[in-house]
Design a protein around this ligand. Structure first.
Ligand code: NDP
Length: 445
């Protein structure tokens, strides 16, 4: 870790992601001295390629802006680089390296042939007109197109990059290359997209929670659930929870959160989807619209997030990294939360994870629990290559089976390495072994 910190200064999120994996991998390296000799850990934490570029664009008033764009091509041992693009003011090299690193293991777990990558820009789509977002996406793609391709690197969405942005990015790529290929996933249904892709991450996180619950002979029906975020992942998490008879009582955005004791039903979820996907408004409007719901603004100076301090059995963090700290974890355990399925990437701090593992609750780390999104992107790539479209039922069944398999693999691997019930070790070790074996086969590259 000292070496990681020295070589990658000022990248705390990357250090955190590596630390979490390295802890699990000590169990593997003990049994596989050949991996140590081949310096696999040292190689796997070094991106194969990092591209950083200037993105200059003009706003509606004619003023010029300069943002920084990135693509981290982390590991291609088992397939083309695959991972989302994030547009958010907090984006920097360290954040994207952590995401790309996690993506390598996650993609390996999906059972599909995908390497790991991640990219984005420190651009804030909030408050921008559609025309401004389009110009930004076009300027971004004017550089990115040189580095991606359907057999090289296939980006998707992430925070701040949804259907609208994917459309603008794909349109510019097609224009520059003069070819129609499956270079991005999350595309519209009439131009190569897959059904269930928008739903996949949220649905997958709920399927994973259901699988974890099965190990204790329980189900989601009747359970009270805390959900954070109100974007793509949060919306479809709530959607699936409603279908399975659970009661989701919270949602949030970067300004605050709502608590709705009565539960978020289909009508309320429809309101949130319109609010966030079409009107691009704030979650506070939910409490103005539905009596009984309480809105609490976020206090950035507070040492905990009150969203996580309500009685519930399950939690689905679906906003961003490090949104559950040690104090939040203590509150959750006190309130009897015993299932945490991470829809977001690395939403729990190291101290929070330690508490969950010590308490022996069902803790599904993001690498496993939110892998449904990229898995369905993999299914979109397969459909594009074959130039066919599967039905909703077919894709949902494949997604469900992939989540079930990931759960099984994590569970079995954790047990095999002497830590039964520890899905963190299970996910890290199973993901690592697949990539490590491929790297051993392919020599020193
Ligand atoms: P969206 O942009 O659709 O939604 C993100 C949500 O999180 C919004 O409600 C946003 O609020 C909130 N949020 C973002 N940053 C912060 C912050 N710093 N503090 C508090 N709230 C914040 O993104 P997604 O739903 O796609 O992604 C959510 C998480 O899931 C991310 O961690 C992402 O990496 C992960 N993920 C996404 C996948 C996908 O398929 N989309 C796949 C796997 C993981 P606001 O509206 O105010 O910005």
């Amino acid at each position: 870790m000292a070496e990681v910190k020295a070589r990658n200064p000022v990248e705390p999120e990357f250090h955190q992601a590596v630390f979490e994996v390295a802890e699990s991998l000590s169990l593997v390296l003990e049994r596989h001295p050949e991996f140590r000799k081949a310096k696999l850990l040292e190689r796997i934490i070094e991106p194969e390629r990092v591209v950083m570029f200037r993105v200059a664009w003009q706003d509606d008033g004619g003023e010029l802006h300069v943002n920084r764009g990135f693509r981290i091509q982390m590991n291609s041992a088992i397939g083309p680089y695959k991972g989302g693009l994030r547009f958010h003011p907090t984006v920097n090299l360290g954040v994207l390296k952590f995401l790309a690193f996690e993506q390598v293991f996650k993609n390996a777990l999906t059972t599909l042939p995908m390497g790991g990558g991640k990219g984005g820009a420190d651009f804030d789509p909030k408050g921008k007109s559609d025309a401004e977002v389009m110009r930004f996406c076009q300027a971004f793609m004017c550089e990115l197109f040189r580095h991606i391709g359907p057999d090289t690197d296939v980006p998707a969405g992430d925070i701040g990059v949804g259907a609208r942005e994917i459309g603008y990015l794909f349109g510019m790529y097609k224009r520059l290359r003069n070819e129609f290929t499956g270079v991005m996933t999350g595309k519209g249904l009439t131009w190569g997209g897959s059904v269930i892709r928008p739903e996949a991450t949220g649905y997958g996180a709920v399927y994973f929670a259901a699988e974890m619950l099965k190990t204790r002979k329980q189900e989601l029906k009747g359970k009270t659930c805390l959900v954070s975020g109100s974007g793509n992942v949060a919306q479809y998490t709530v959607d699936k929870l409603i279908s399975l008879g659970a009661r989701a009582v919270t949602l949030s955005d970067s300004s605050g959160y709502i608590y709705d004791e009565a539960g978020i039903d289909r009508e309320k979820l429809g309101f949130v989807m319109d609010l966030k996907n079409n009107r691009r408004g704030r979650i506070s409007e939910y409490a103005e619209k539905f009596s009984g719901a309480v809105y609490t603004p976020l206090d950035p100076t507070a040492d905990h997030n009150p969203l996580w301090n309500h009685p519930a059995e399950c939690a689905f963090p679906s906003a961003t990294q490090n949104e559950i700290n040690e104090r939040d974890a203590t509150n959750m355990l006190r309130n009897k939360v015993f299932v945490v399925s991470e829809g977001a990437n690395m939403p729990t701090t190291i101290g929070g994870i330690e508490q969950f593992l010590d308490a022996g609750i069902l803790f599904g780390p993001g690498k496993a629990a939110n892998a449904g999104g990229v898995a369905t992107s993999g299914l979109e790539m397969a459909q594009n290559s074959m130039r066919i479209s599967w039905t909703r039922e077919e894709v949902d069944a494949r997604l469900f089976n992939i989540m079930k398999t990931i759960h099984e693999v994590c569970q079995n691997t954790a047990e095999k390495y002497g830590t039964p019930g520890n899905y963190v070790n299970g996910a890290n070790i199973a993901g690592f072994l697949k990539v490590a074996n491929a790297m051993m086969d392919q020599g020193v590259v």
